[in-house]
Design a binder for this molecule. Sequence first.
Ligand code: NAG
Ligand code: NAG
Length: 308
Amino acid sequence: MRMMAAALLWVLVATSNNHACCANKHKSGKQSHKGGAAHASPIPSLPPPPPAASSGGGGYGGGGYGGGNNNGSTGGWLNARATWYGAPNGAGPEDNGGACGFKNVHMPPFSAMTSCGNEPIFKDGLGCGSCYQIRCVANAACSGIPETVIITDMNYYPVAPYHFDLSGTAFGAMAKDDRNDELRHAGIIDIQFKRVPCLYPGLTVTFHVEHGSNPYYLAVLVEYANGDGDVVQVDLMESLPDSGEPTGVWVPMHQSWGSIWRMDSHRALQGPFTLRITNESGGMLVADQVIPADWQPDQVYSSIVQFD
Ligand SMILES: *[C@@H]1O[C@H](CO)[C@@H](O)[C@H](O)[C@H]1NC(C)=O
Ligand SMILES: *[C@@H]1O[C@H](CO)[C@@H](O)[C@H](O)[C@H]1NC(C)=O
């Protein structure tokens, strides 16, 4: 039965011999879309969500939010199509990663409630980490109850103006009790969605220094930003070699791919590093000397800061 659903999905979604979601292509994903201004989508990018306080706990059809799109009678809900990929009860990619660079998305806080976004949602990686409520009523197995997913991967196949290629877990979560498999067997369904603030209770903004980083090349994955969830700019401040104090000079990092930001330098970068992240609403947060002078690649450095 699962094979049938998978086969159906393949036929509907695949337009080439690539996997339904683009986890294997992430390293080239950004560049390949970078020069594509001429192919600009007519679908507008989604605006950031409101501050967490005004949107409540995400009740069914809950109050509209300040995004400015499809406000009013729909309560902020927009239409999309949903598919799913990976294992039926999995997190999507087989390696539990994805085109955003997040790792272990089958574990908390992502807990496999993850999705690929198409262009207006993934935004060439700038949408990584953003949160959406999804719900469905189009299938008898649908519960209609909103579930929250986090964008951790991309899928730009032209399925619908807004397309969520969900993990098997997230797709099934839209079902009534014990009807998850039945819903997954539908393969592709109409859903409704809306952007909502992300909430990572107990977590602070976290920086993962990526494998391959060295004194001349620093790549940092940004995770667990509350609110907008996605990050639109990261700036770095080095420290003075003698005093160890911050230099006071911000240097912009460049989005490498997904939620990974990089700095290339002709001279050895001097830690500790202070990082400043800008959320989609333009708010900034400074993680003071969050990465120590003796940093190592493949290490996670948690800050003591978080968006409101
Ligand atoms: C959206 O709804 C809110 C609350 O009802 C209202 O204050 C706001 O003006 C509306 N915005 C738009 C763009 O219609
Ligand atoms: C964006 O950042 C500002 C500054 O930290 C913060 O006050 C605001 O709540 C954030 N907005 C969202 C939606 O995350």
